[in-house]
Design a protein around this ligand. Structure first.
Ligand SMILES: Nc1ncnc2c1ncn2[C@@H]1O[C@H](COS(=O)(=O)NC(=O)[C@@H](N)CS)[C@@H](O)[C@H]1O
Ligand SMILES: [Zn+2]
Length: 483
């Protein structure tokens, strides 16, 4: 990387730090000749695959079947749900020709797959015995984002778009699914050592076609929030538009209730941003392509063979299921440290002649940059313990940052003060009326994330007043500058 960006200075340099790291850590190459579409490089893709592997295992665990739909959707299908169209008409890419011939029915590249899937749901779902119906896919989707694009965060080809689509026999069972999605998301967040908050979006900002939307937000180093997951309850909106009915046990016909759950490569952006430091990536051991890198430190005219010693340790770690690499390049150890710290390898083991003689090894942690000497004989347990310590430290450090960036206020002035000096999330009383919510967005030049979820936690304390209209505040509303 260029000049080292000190962690504490991230708020001014975060964007520059992030854009440089995408390239220097080997995550993506941004030089592809289509704006907002980047190339996954081997190291970045390995990390993303490790994240996806966890998502696939969660889908397995919760009875979702993986499907794979075409990327092209006929305009006739896209047109069926009015609100959904309205929400996406400015964002879809059109395919209008094939070869030299104009298409009689224009096609869109999927921005998300409701309008691709739901005519098939209508054919597949016939009886209550088919419910709950739960499918998902991880595919590329396309959105003509007009705001500032940014690698992994706001792209026009969302190349690792996770979308789960479910159908249920009742609103209550759809609500159960939303709770299951939140549990899945919580296990994934723990796997990534990332704390988050869930807010119920205001009606003016819910997903097009949804009855309500939940957003999971993380706090980025510059005090802006990033939405890394969404869950939507569609009730019967799409079922009526796509005629998705099932025969009840009493022989009646009912429209299904539906939900969706979406995430993307933003998950990797959050890991990079939240855990990274001025030396580069800091990867949680759960998703690091290389969990341990061993650096042999040979000394001139030393009898012992540090390379053989290093390889033995590597073998033992590999046999214990740990992803390990021995760096035998003929360059200075310091250069090796720099390279692997930049790539966020969580644990480095250094072995010199003295360690061979004494049956020791030095374990260096990437998150705290501290070292400890351990017995060669206990290397597997020592590495596993270090992984646990790193996961706990990364999570606690990030939770402390998130919590210190959530401020409860009573007035617009106080809220403005928060955004002026270090941003973050503001929680402010709200009467629940749209015009007051929109007024506060305008006054604060910030987005309303919504109200805390579940709703029991969203109630305003007794006697609080809406700072816009002065009426009794029903809720606490959250505002933030967002990505
Ligand atoms: N332009 C984008 N670049 C990267 N990730 C994005 C982009 N747009 C949305 N996402 C991610 O994709 C997730 C799902 O997108 S969404 O619009 O909120 N929801 C849907 O599309 C629903 N059909 C659920 S799959 C979001 O939570 C966000 O994390
Ligand atoms: Zn009000």
């Amino acid at each position: 990387m260029g000049g080292k960006v000190k962690r504490e200075k991230w708020s001014e340099n975060f964007s520059e730090w992030y854009n440089e790291l995408i390239e220097t850590a080997g995550i993506q190459d941004k030089r592809y000749p289509v704006k907002g579409m980047n190339i996954w490089l081997p190291y970045g893709l390995k990390i993303m695959r490790n994240i996806e592997r966890f998502i696939h295992s969660e889908m397995e665990r919760t009875g979702h079947d993986e499907v794979l739909f075409p990327a092209l959707i006929p305009e006739t299908e896209f047109q069926k749900e009015a609100e959904h169209i309205k929400g996406f008409e400015g964002e879809v890419y059109w395919v209008t020709h094939a070869g030299l011939d104009p298409l009689d029915v224009r096609l869109i590249l999927r921005p998300t797959s409701e309008t691709a899937m739901y005519s098939m749901f209508s054919l597949w779902i016939r009886s209550h015995a088919d419910l709950p119906f739960k499918v998902y896919q991880i595919v590329n989707t396309y959105r003509y984002e007009t705001k500032h694009t940014r690698p992994l965060i706001r792209v026009r080809e969302i190349s690792r778009f996770f979308e789960a689509h479910t159908a249920h026999d009742s609103y209550e069972d759809a609500e159960r699914q939303i709770r299951e999605d939140l549990e899945i998301f919580d296990r994934l967040a723990k796997f990534l050592a990332i704390p988050y908050i869930v807010s119920k979006r205001p009606d003016w900002d819910k997903f097009p076609g949804a009855y309500y939307s939940l957003g999971a937000e993380v706090m980025m180093p510059d005090g802006r929030t990033l939405q890394i997951g969404t869950m939507h309850n569609y009730r019967q909106n799409f079922a009526k538009a796509y005629n998705i009915q099932y025969e009840t046990e009493e022989g009646e016909h009912e429209y299904v209730h539906q939900t969706t759950f979406g995430m993307s490569e933003r998950l990797l952006a959050a890991v990079m941003a939240i855990h990274g430091d001025d030396n580069g990536l800091v990867l949680p051991p759960t998703i690091a392509p290389i969990q341990v890198v061993i650096v042999p430190i040979p000394k001139k005219d030393a009898e012992v063979d540090v390379f053989a010693y290093a390889r033995e340790i590597a073998e033992e770690l590999r046999d214990a299921g740990i992803r390990v690499h021995v760096d035998e390049r003929d360059i200075r150890p310091g250069r090796k440290y720099y390279d692997w710290e930049l790539k966020g390898v969580p644990v480095r083991i250094e072995v010199g002649p003295k360690d061979v003689e004494g049956g020791k090894a030095v374990i260096a942690r990437r998150d705290t940059l501290t070292k400890e000497v351990v017995e060669r004989a206990e290397i597997v347990e020592a590495v596993r313990r270090t992984f646990d310590e790193i996961m706990e430290n990364l999570y606690n450090r990030a939770r402390e940052f998130l919590e210190s960036h959530i401020k409860r206020v009573d007035t617009i002035e106080e809220a403005k003060g928060v955004f002026e000096n270090r941003r973050g999330i503001v929680e402010i009383p709200w009467c629940g009326e749209e015009e007051c919510g929109l007024k506060m967005e305008e006054e604060l030049d910030a987005k309303m994330l919504g109200i805390p979820y579940p709703e029991e936690t969203a109630k305003a304390p007794e006697g609080k007043k809406c700072p816009v209209c002065g009426r009794e505040a029903k809720f606490i509303a959250r505002f933030a500058r967002t990505y």
